[in-house]
Design a protein around this ligand. Structure first.
Ligand code: AMP
Length: 295
């Protein structure tokens, strides 16, 4: 992949990069289209990164549909597709044997299944929002994205606003480590009924699929109240949480109103803010968010 990327850009062509975990949907494809519109060449990676999954998370059952994904990318005329194996990406990683993985003590201490000796960690931001309930998640993301950037060396890399905390972590990483890549953030792509597209939506039963609409309902209610003049973030959070509570099947992880760069809670939304929500439907954890603009 390194050789192919260096070869492709030798004559000065710009290279866009879209990292994914596969099971591609319109959200991913919108990033590919944005890359194609902006850069001469586009590279996509598909890699279900074990480093960003916690011990009790869905690494083993994460949907994998490589042939279908490759065909979709071919239709979009993506020039470079990278599908590395775990062994290629982490040749020296220590992997806990399967039998030892599910022991209570390991689940309790939160040790990930795969351990590396070298990590990239954006301290602070990585323990906020999703990082609070997924303690090693963003360390896994920043580590793999650093490795992928080094392999591909793109001019621009495209990420979805859907993962708002990830955007904050990666922007900070690129700034702090002087990485030579421009982070481009693209809007959330939704199903017709408003559910944010996610590879994890395939886990939902038809009932849970309906219940999950409460996420966008809560965000839109917060936005409506903000548009009507409510500036107090605590009141807006309360309004959003009430909407979630109206759907008893939803188990709320967080609904927070934060600064989109620092991910710290804001007291009032006058200068704009990120409203972010995460909730479980059964065992499936879904996230969504909306940006309130400055008034
Ligand atoms: P994933 O395969 O879930 O790691 O996602 C790969 C990229 O696609 C990330 O930058 C995500 O933020 C982005 N993405 C996922 N879902 C959506 C969506 N519904 N709309 C826009 N971007 C998305």
């Amino acid at each position: 992949m390194k050789a192919a990327c260096r070869q492709a850009t030798r004559s000065g062509q710009s290279l866009g990069f879209v990292p994914t975990m596969g099971a591609l949907h319109e959200g991913h494809l919108s990033l590919v289209r944005a890359s194609k519109a902006r850069c001469n060449l586009t590279a996509v990676s598909i890699f279900v990164n074990p480093l960003q999954f916690g011990p009790a998370e869905d690494l083993d059952k994460y949907p994998r549909m490589l042939e279908r994904d490759a065909a979709l990318l071919e239709e979009l005329a993506v020039e470079l597709l990278f599908i590395p194996s775990v062994e290629e990406m982490y040749p020296d990683a220590q992997t806990a044997p399967r039998s030892a993985r599910s022991t209570k003590s390991e689940d309790q201490d939160g040790a990930p299944k795969h351990r590396e000796e070298t990590y990239v960690l954006v301290e602070g931001l990585s323990s906020k929002l999703d990082g609070a309930s997924r303690p090693t998640h963003f360390r896994g993301v920043s580590t793999v994205v650093t490795k992928l950037f080094e392999i591909v060396r793109p001019d621009c890399a495209f990420f979805g606003q859907k993962d708002a905390a990830q955007v904050a972590v990666l922007r900070k990483m690129v700034r702090d480590l002087d990485m030579d890549v421009e982070i481009v953030v693209c809007p959330i792509v939704r199903e017709k009924d408003g559910l944010a597209m996610s590879s994890r939506n395939v886990y939902l039963t038809p009932e849970q699929r309906q219940q999950a609409l409460v996420l966008q309902r809560a965000l839109l209610r917060v936005q409506l109240m903000a548009d009507r003049g409510e500036r107090d973030a605590a009141k807006l959070v309360e309004i959003g949480r009430q909407v979630i509570a109206e759907e008893p099947a939803a188990r709320l992880d967080y609904l927070s109103i934060v600064d989109p760069d620092t991910l710290d809670p804001v007291a009032d939304v006058t200068r704009g803010a990120l409203v972010a929500v995460a909730a479980y439907f059964g065992t499936t954890r879904l996230i969504d968010n909306i940006l309130l603009t400055a008034t």
